[in-house]
Design a protein around this ligand. Sequence first.
Ligand code: SF4
Length: 86
Amino acid sequence: MVEARFKVPVYTTQNKYKIPSEMTSQLKGAVSGKMIVSMKKEAVNCPVVNSEVPFLVCFTCPSFLNRVKGVVGCAGEKGPDWPAKK
Ligand code: SF4
């Protein structure tokens, strides 16, 4: 099992990010629509890319391990595809 290299707190952000639909469609079935709406307001300070990343992007990142009590376990190996390439 991969060990978490970083413990990254999730917080509510004032910034409004447009999350690419490929990312939200990956969550359908696993997470309810209501939860997706509330998660859209959350973010983390990603230690890999050194900037704020929307939680939904973090959730679909290859380094995401888990989220326990508002803290993301991060493998810290590969960063997210963020900002999303056009
Ligand atoms: S590397 Fe990925 S899993 Fe780790 S904090 Fe950044 S976005 Fe989240």
